[in-house]
Design a protein. Structure first.
Lengths: 255, 217
C-alpha cells in the first residue's frame, strides 16, 4: 500500500494540471489563509475587548465549549443546505464551506485572546497604570504583549481546525487536498487517498511549525524566560507557563 | 416541526442503531485510551526526562487532521481501509495523547505531605499510587476525560466520509437528498451524546471523590 502511495506521489502526472498536487495545495493554503484572516479579524478585537473590560466572558466560555461538541461535518452540511440555494452560481458550494471554516476558527482565537489578556499578571497591569499609562496604552503595550503566548496557542488551534475541516469540506465540493481523499474514496483509488492524507498531515505540520516559529520570534523573552533556560531545566522553568519555548498552556483539541 | 418527529418515528430503528454505533465508536477509544494513558502518564511523571518528549509527541499527533489519520492508518497498521477499527485506533491515539499529559499533571499536583503521610502509614509505592495518588488526581483526569469524550463524539461523525456507519451518516444522507431533517437530528443527537458522556464522567468522578462533597458541605 505504501509503495503504491509513493508511486502515486512520484508520478509526474499527479503534479500537473488543475487537480495536480501544487494546485490542490495552493487551494488548501488559500482557503485556510483567507478564512483564518477573517476569523482573526473578528476574534482578536472581540477577545481584546472582552479581556480588557472583563465583560461577556461567561458567554464566550460557553460558546467555546459548546462548539467543541458540535460535529464539524454536520455544521458543514447544514451551512451548504442553508446558504447554497441563496447563491446559485459557481460559488454556491464554496461560500458555505468558507463560512463554516470561519465559524470554526473564531472560538479558539477568541478564547486564546481573552484568556491571554485576563491572565496578565495584575501587578504588571497595576504598575502600568501606576506609571500613568492610559487604558489604551495598557492594552497595547502591556496586556497585548503579555497575552501573546495564549493568543498564539489559540491561533495554532484555529489553524489546525481550519486545515482539518477544509479537508472534510472536499465532501461538499470544496477544492484543496481533501479532494484526493474524497475522490479516491469514490473511485476506490486507495493509493490516492493515502497520498492525500499524507499531504494534508504534512501541510498541517508545516503550518503549525511556521506559527510556532513566528511565536518564538515575536513573544518577549521576558515572558518565556528562554534566555536563561537550559535543556536540563524542568518544563516549568520559565516564569510564565505556556511561553514560546514550551507547549505548556496550549489549548488543543483533536481536529 | 411535526415533519421532524414524523421522520424520527419512521426511522426510529435505524437512528437508534446509528446512535449505538456512534456511542461505541466514541466510548471504546476513551476507555482504551484511559487504560493506556495511566501507565504512560505515571511514567512521564516519575521520569521527568520523558515529560517534554511526551508532550511534544502529543502536540504532533494533534496536528494530524482526523480524516487524514482515518485514511492513513490502514497503510500503517495493515487493516482494511473502510474498517471501523481504524476509527477506534485513531481516536484511541488522540485520547491517549490528551490524557497522558493530564494524568502526569494530575499526579504531579498531589501534595507532597499527602504522599509522605501515605508512605509513613506503610503504603508501598504501587499501593500508594492506586489507593492515594490516583484518587486524588481523579478530578484532573476527569476534566481531561471530558474534553476527550466530547471531541471524540464530534470526530466519530467524520468517519461517515469513509463509510463507517454512525450518526455522521445522517449528515451524508441528508446532504445527498438535500434534506434538512436527518442533518438536524444528527447534530442534536451528537450534542445529546456528548452531553450524556460528559454527565456520566462527572457523576463517576463525584462518586470516586466523596471527600470533595464533604468539604463543600
Amino acid at each position: 500500500m505504501i509503495d503504491l502511495m509513493l508511486a502515486w506521489l512520484t508520478d509526474p502526472a499527479n503534479w500537473t494540471g488543475s487537480d495536480g498536487v501544487p494546485v490542490r495545495t495552493l487551494e488548501h493554503v488559500v482557503y485556510s489563509l483567507v478564512t483564518l484572516a477573517v476569523a482573526c479579524a473578528i476574534a482578536v478585537p472581540a477577545g481584546l475587548w472582552i479581556g480588557h473590560t472583563g465583560r461577556g466572558t461567561f458567554i464566550v466560555a460557553g460558546i467555546a465549549n459548546g462548539l467543541r461538541a458540535l460535529p464539524t461535518l454536520g455544521l458543514l452540511v447544514l451551512f451548504v443546505l442553508i446558504i447554497a440555494p441563496l447563491i446559485g452560481n459557481d460559488l454556491a458550494f464554496v461560500i458555505p464551506s468558507l463560512v463554516a471554516l470561519v465559524v470554526l476558527g473564531v472560538p479558539p482565537v477568541l478564547s486564546g485572546t481573552y484568556a491571554g489578556i485576563q491572565n496578565v499578571d495584575p501587578a504588571a497591569r497595576d504598575a502600568a497604570y501606576g506609571v500613568g499609562m492610559s487604558g489604551r496604552q495598557v492594552l497595547w503595550r502591556v496586556e497585548l504583549p503579555c497575552a501573546l503566548p495564549l493568543m498564539f496557542s489559540g491561533l495554532r488551534s484555529a489553524t489546525l481546525q481550519i486545515i482539518a475541516t477544509a479537508t472534510i469540506a472536499a465532501y461538499v465540493s470544496l477544492g484543496g487536498l481533501g479532494r484526493y481523499i474524497i475522490d479516491g474514496q469514490a473511485t476506490h483509488d486507495f493509493p490516492q487517498m493515502l497520498a492525500g492524507a499524507v499531504l494534508v498531515a504534512v501541510l498541517a505540520l508545516l503550518a503549525d511549525l511556521l506559527i510556532a516559529g513566528v511565536q518564538r520570534i515575536t513573544v518577549s523573552r521576558g515572558l518565556t524566560g528562554r534566555y536563561r533556560r537550559t535543556a536540563a531545566d524542568p518544563p516549568s522553568a520559565g516564569p510564565v507557563a505556556g511561553g514560546a519555548g514550551s507547549e505548556g498552556d496550549r489549548v488543543l483539541d483533536p481536529v | 416541526m411535526s415533519e421532524y418527529f414524523t421522520w424520527l418515528l419512521d426511522n426510529a430503528g435505524q437512528v437508534t442503531a446509528l446512535f449505538w454505533a456512534h456511542t461505541k465508536l466514541a466510548v471504546i477509544p476513551l476507555l482504551i485510551g484511559l487504560v493506556l494513558a495511566l501507565p504512560l502518564g505515571w511514567a512521564s511523571r516519575r521520569i521527568p526526562r520523558l515529560y517534554t518528549p511526551m508532550v511534544g509527541l502529543t502536540g504532533l499527533l494533534y496536528t494530524i487532521p482526523s480524516l487524514a489519520l482515518f485514511v492513513a492508518l490502514p497503510g500503517i497498521i495493515g487493516t482494511k481501509i473502510l474498517d471501523p477499527v481504524n476509527v477506534v485506533v485513531a481516536l484511541t491515539l488522540y485520547t491517549v495523547a490528551l490524557l497522558v499529559r493530564t494524568v502526569a499533571d494530575g499526579l504531579a499536583a498531589v501534595p507532597e505531605d499527602v504522599q509522605a503521610a501515605a508512605t509513613a502509614m506503610g503504603y508501598r509505592r504501587f499501593r500508594r499510587l492506586v489507593a492515594v495518588e490516583l484518587p486524588i488526581a481523579v478530578p484532573v483526569i476527569a476534566a481531561g476525560l471530558r474534553v476527550a469524550a466530547v471531541s471524540n463524539v464530534s470526530l466519530v461523525s467524520v468517519a461517515a466520509l469513509i463509510g463507517v456507519p454512525q450518526l455522521g451518516q445522517l449528515f451524508t444522507s441528508g446532504f445527498q437528498l438535500f434534506y434538512f431533517v436527518p442533518i438536524v437530528w444528527g447534530v442534536v443527537l451528537c450534542l445529546l451524546l456528548a452531553f450524556l458522556l460528559d454527565a456520566v464522567i462527572l457523576l463517576v468522578a463525584r462518586w470516586l471523590t466523596p471527600w470533595t462533597r464533604a468539604a463543600q458541605a
